[in-house]
Design a protein around this ligand. Structure first.
Ligand code: HEM
Length: 255
């Protein structure tokens, strides 16, 4: 009896793991680069201190609004809500301190950190905003104006975040003041409730803005990492080290 010939086994092709595949698609930067210093240490401190404070404020704030876990037993034994409120108010203090430092740095920082870099008001910046929008919408992707600091669309986004945080601070202190109606904080923020239409609306605005922040955080992280990896923008590195390398051949509108 003759044995039936077995089909020769094809050697298994080695497939690179997904991480390596993706990495190989990211072209390595070539050519001459120069180092540009953008963000001074006060701005970086403000960024990371407020980022940490905001995360804790969201977690504790959502608990205050609607406790998402309950510990049984006498409240005075575990004091969970008390701790949540305490931590919320401590982080509110950190956020306010960061806001004061940021305001000072609007006046004393470099050209990328001052008020002038905040919102696209000039005709040129408004035109660049339009060009950036067209590029982001993939209509004219090659015509995106390059900026060392924030591009006009990022300027609008950053200004929006500052305004949202200002409103959340004012509504927060308006609520906080209720504990001592004759106190300094209650009197300083007495204008907030009449302006918005009552304390319930103040609370509602505080809550809705929290959800705006919750949506903003992952988008912000995604876009920063995307810019870091695909455009070699060094966005993430620059908010740690203060600066980034840029190609000497590239032209920047705000250089
Ligand atoms: C990014 C910043 C902040 C976030 C995300 C945040 C979030 C929240 C949320 C979600 C609530 C619950 C609202 C509800 O009842 O549905 C809350 C309550 C509150 N927040 Fe904030 N907050 C922030 C900043 C502040 C600041 C700066 C203050 C100033 C003191 C503040 C003071 C308060 C007070 C007083 C309450 C009500 C506490 C209570 O009813 O016992 N918050 N916050």
């Amino acid at each position: 009896m003759t044995a039936t010939p077995q089909p020769a086994h094809e050697p298994k092709k080695w497939r690179r793991p997904l991480g390596i595949q993706l990495r190989s698609q990211l072209s390595a930067p070539t050519g001459d680069y120069r180092w540009v210093y953008l963000w001074g240490w006060p701005l970086r401190v403000v960024h990371w201190a407020s980022a940490a404070a905001i995360v804790v404020l969201v977690v504790t704030g959502l608990y205050i609004g609607r406790p998402y876990f309950i510990i049984s037993g006498e409240a005075s034994n575990h004091f969970v809500m008390g701790w949540m409120r305490f931590v919320h108010f401590v982080c509110a203090g950190v956020l306010v301190a960061a806001a004061i430092l940021r305001f000072y740095w609007f006046l004393m920082g470099n050209r990328y950190e001052r008020f002038g870099a905040l919102f696209p008001v000039s005709r040129k910046r408004r035109y660049d905003l339009w060009r950036t929008l067209r590029a982001y919408a993939l209509i004219r992707p090659d015509e995106a104006p390059k900026y060392l600091g924030h591009n006009p669309l990022q300027q609008v986004a950053v200004t929006g975040v500052y305004v949202a945080l200002l409103v959340i601070i004012c509504t927060g202190f308006a609520m906080y003041g209720q504990a001592t109606p004759d106190g300094l904080i209650a009197r300083a923020f007495a204008w907030v409730a009449p302006l918005l239409g009552g304390m319930q609306v103040v609370r509602f605005v505080h809550h809705v803005l929290t959800w705006c922040i919750i949506i903003f955080i992952p988008l912000h992280i995604y876009l920063a990492i995307r810019h870091e990896l695909l455009d070699h923008g060094a966005t993430v590195s620059s908010i740690i080290s203060g600066g980034r390398f840029v190609s000497v051949r590239e032209h920047f509108e705000d250089a």
